[in-house]
Design a protein around this ligand. Sequence first.
Ligand SMILES: N[C@@H](CCC(=O)N[C@@H](CS)C(=O)NCC(=O)O)C(=O)O
Length: 217
Amino acid sequence: MITLHHAPQSRSFRILWFLHEAGLAHHVTYHSFGGKGLRDPAFLALSPAGRVPVVEVDDQVLFESAAILEYLVETRAPALGRAAGHSERGQYLEWLHYGETIAQHLAQLTFHHIVLRREDRSPVVQRLEALRLRRTLEGIEAALGDQDYILHGGFSAADVMIGSSTDLARRFVPLTGLPRVQAWHQRLTARPAYQAALAADGPAELYLHDTYGDARG
Ligand SMILES: N[C@@H](CCC(=O)N[C@@H](CS)C(=O)NCC(=O)O)C(=O)O
């Protein structure tokens, strides 16, 4: 049995969604960003920086979402990846890790719209990070071309990685002017596995509004 340490509306959704895509039996241990839970010594023993996701699998503990996805693809769901030697291997790895390029801006925007006290928030950071986040989505728009998914060969864990971050990005930047990203995002969120993961995400505690800042128009 795979155990996923998860917090709602966070990067661990990537793993939750993937587990449903791959049809892998799993147990979810829910954590909260409130309180000291993620800094508890017992949790720090699993995740050195006190972050989610963490996965317990095959008698090991794994952290870092892209590494976890790679491991699960390699050991249990090869059809959702591109193995070494595959013509799309390089692109697969690029987009798998691009999720963190998107997420770094999401983290800044989350701090400056939600987490920090109002007087500590920076409108400059809010504006700059929204522009930089938008730029990451423009990169996906250009790469999608006429494809249904980010790789020509079809749906993969790379779509899960960048799709999850794009889903959160909509809260800070509108997807207007990005028609391929919009269609791809709709395609992803209509997938039964995405919907099943959403139902298991747990109660929202971070993003209580649909949109913040620029995305409010
Ligand atoms: N690169 C890591 C980042 C993990 C990460 O920062 N997770 C956030 C949630 S999205 C977290 O656990 N934050 C808790 C904290 O900063 O205390 C990954 O992709 O797994």
